[in-house]
Design a protein around this ligand. Structure first.
Ligand code: FEO
Ligand code: CA
Ligand code: CA
Ligand code: CA
Length: 658
């Protein structure tokens, strides 16, 4: 990682770098024939390299699948593309409206004060919309697609755009000196999540002002631990000697909603909030801290809150890095950190009800060389009684994926007492396996991936799409079949097909759906369908959503004018038939922003998207409160950019992109 203290990176870049920084030093193998490894099976089918050496590595059934002229199960995208590029504002495809629904600082709770960017207070922020909206989930009320709850993650804060006088290119000590206890308290209230009630009238969505569901969750909200690691001795702190309660959720990136109407909010880069590298080095927990890249010291929180100082409260860090389940229908409910799902840098929690009724959650650990996970519940989803699913996520099996070079794959269980997960390897019980999920995954031989982000199952065709955003640290000798590009700058998407259509099956087939980047540059090695226009290709797939029609939409994080000649945005990506691998640009972010939270209503008539860190700087470009790169979305001379949710509808109504 570039030393943040001496770099000119913005906060967003720091996260990018940090998410990139490999912490996995395990000796897990990379494998296979170099040729076969570097080409997807689609390349073979397309005749790019039909050598017998490679063909031998590909099963005939996989070749058939890729060649198939079978009737499409999903309709194709139909809209006029946005022109790719970069500017201070957002764009949506012709014939659609894209209106700002809610911005950082807008009211969430009815008594919230008006936003005053020059007088931010923790008390006001605790009632207002938080910063850096990421995941968005829509929960219909009374089964309606035009009226429901929107649940939103507030992943992190960008101090240099929230407060005057902070230059991200300053040394960390100087930046931290600008962070008063009051500013840190504002930041802590700007983290977490929001629940808002939203309604559509005509083409316009608005927030219901006095909703009984309105809620803010922050870095101070009381949250309960459930599952095997609850109460574990490694979870106990001076404030919580029982190890069963924690204040707050932090760095909640992507997430999901469940069929029973709860919100799964995923803690990602929790390591950045902890400080005291000296103490960490001397700690009995040093190996685990190193494995999770902690403490990364991105924030000044430990200056005013002992629990974020590893030397003072060594176990507090074990209490972050979990999936939080929240009931948005009950604003007084206590959120639950579901420890059975493991502890790591969770991106999202894409899920599906398996045909046997069990609930399956696919998850990525977003860091270079980390893994793809799957959780399968022991019990079945209770479709009749919501209450019947209250503790469903507390019992089940967590697995990690191994991708074989022949296109097969295995889900390896992470169960205490099975295989190498025994006291001889340092594990004391299942709680310990879950607190140190990464160690357990190392030991069973999982495949190191190129930063796994969102993973979503397609209920229409049974496939699972894994976004792999990039990995510029992968050396040529370390490439493998599922991560075939060295110095992978632009990312790729892997498609998983569960064996026998069973999402709980121990094995699967896989192939690369697309290698991203500019297809015109041969050295990039992108594999978009040749039908893709100059606007339709993208780099750095991050979040994604499958709409009710079974179509895949991909949101990106990492494009820029400098890097790819385009801002981040939302692309439709064909997954079936002759058009498979064709991208189409639907929505384009303002400069500096990444695209998060794509969320589509059940009637496919509205897209909610989260514009995160608009105006953020990048390498060599400093952007600050006083001199931001854009003042989106208000464009007022004294207002910095504000992360916001945008609602997209078709003018005059109708399904999107059909
Ligand atoms: Fe918060 Fe993996 O992006
Ligand atoms: Ca993000
Ligand atoms: Ca993300
Ligand atoms: Ca990302």
């Amino acid at each position: 990682m570039a030393n943040p203290a001496q770099s000119d990176l913005s906060c967003a870049d720091l996260f990018e770098e940090a998410e990139n920084e490999p912490a996995n030093r395990s000796a897990n193998a990379t494998f296979g024939d170099v040729l076969a490894e570097r080409l997807s099976r689609r390349d073979l089918v397309k005749g790019i390299l039909a050598t017998t050496a490679v063909a031998a590595a590909v099963s005939p059934s996989a070749l058939l699948t890729a060649c198939s002229e079978a009737p499409l199960t999903t309709p194709q995208f139909n809209f006029t593309e946005v022109v790719a590029g970069e500017s201070d504002r957002h764009y949506v495809a012709e014939g659609y409206s894209a209106d700002v629904l809610i911005r950082w600082g807008d009211k969430v709770l009815v008594d919230a004060p008006e936003f005053d960017v020059n007088n931010l207070t923790a008390a006001a922020q605790a009632q207002q919309f938080g910063y850096n909206n990421d995941f968005l989930g829509f929960l219909p009320l009374a089964g309606r697609a035009d009226h429901g709850l929107l649940v939103i993650n507030h992943e992190y804060t960008s101090e240099e755009l929230m407060f005057p006088g902070i230059d991200p290119s300053d040394k960390k000590s100087k930046r931290f000196a600008e962070m008063s206890p009051e500013r840190v308290a504002v930041e802590m209230m700007a983290h977490g999540g929001s629940v808002i009630e939203v309604k559509r009238e005509g083409d316009t969505w608005s927030v219901v002002e006095d909703s009984p569901y309105a809620r803010r969750i922050t870095a101070e909200t009381e949250i309960e631990f459930t599952g095997p690691a609850a109460g574990h001795e490694k979870m106990r702190t001076s404030a919580d000697p029982d190890g069963r309660k924690v204040r707050g959720m932090i760095n909640n990136c992507s997430g999901a909603v469940t069929p029973w109407g709860t919100w799964l909010s995923c803690e990602e880069n929790f390591n950045g909030y902890f400080s005291n590298k000296n103490a960490a080095r001397k700690s009995a927990d040093a190996a685990s801290l190193q494995r999770y890249g902690a403490p990364a010291e991105w924030y000044a929180w430990a200056r005013f809150h002992d629990r974020f100082d590893i030397g003072k409260e060594p176990n507090e860090i074990h209490r972050f890095g979990w999936v939080v389940e929240i009931d948005p229908l009950d604003p007084n409910s206590t959120p639950k950190k579901r420890t059975a799902l493991g502890r790591y840098k969770h991106e999202g929690a894409g899920n599906i009800v398996n045909r046997d009724g069990r609930f399956v959650i696919y998850q990525g650990d977003d860091q270079r060389f980390e893994y793809i996970y799957r959780f399968v519940t022991k019990g079945k989803v209770d479709e009749a009684r919501r209450e019947g699913n209250k503790d469903l996520l507390d019992e089940g099996t967590l697995y990690v994926a191994r991708f074989n070079p022949d296109g097969s794959g295995v889900w390896l269980p992470l169960v205490f007492g099975e295989g190498p997960l025994t006291p001889a390897s340092g594990f004391s019980d299942q709680g310990d396996v879950l607190i140190n999920t990464r160690f357990a995954a190392d030991l069973v031989g999982a495949t190191k991936m190129d930063r796994p982000e969102d993973i979503k199952a397609n209920p229409v065709n049974g496939k699972v799409y894994c976004m792999l955003t990039n990995n510029t640290k992968r050396q040529p000798v370390a490439t493998d079949a599922a991560n075939p590009r060295p110095f992978n700058k632009f990312g790729h998407i892997v498609e998983i097909t569960p064996d026998g259509g069973d999402h709980a099956a121990p094995t699967f087939r896989w192939e690369i759906l697309v290698q991203c980047g500019d297809p015109k540059l041969a050295e990039v090695g992108a594999t978009f369908n040749p039908a893709t226009s100059a606007n339709g290709w993208f780099a750095n797939p991050d979040n994604c959503v499958v709409d009710a029609e079974g179509r895949l939409w991909v949101a990106t994080d990492g494009n820029s004018g400098k890097k790819t000649g385009r801002a981040d945005g939302l692309w439709g990506l064909e997954t079936e038939g002759k058009a498979r691998g064709t991208g189409r640009l639907f929505f384009r972010c303002p400069i500096g922003a990444e695209m998060c939270g794509p969320c589509v209503t059940p009637d496919t008539q509205t897209f909610f998207v989260a514009v995160q860190h608009p105006g953020a700087g990048e390498k060599g470009v400093v952007s600050t409160f006083k001199r931001p790169r854009t003042r989106w979305p208000d464009f007022k001379w004294d207002m910095p950019p504000r992360p916001s949710v945008v609602a997209i509808t078709k003018k005059g109504g109708g399904k999107i992109g059909v």
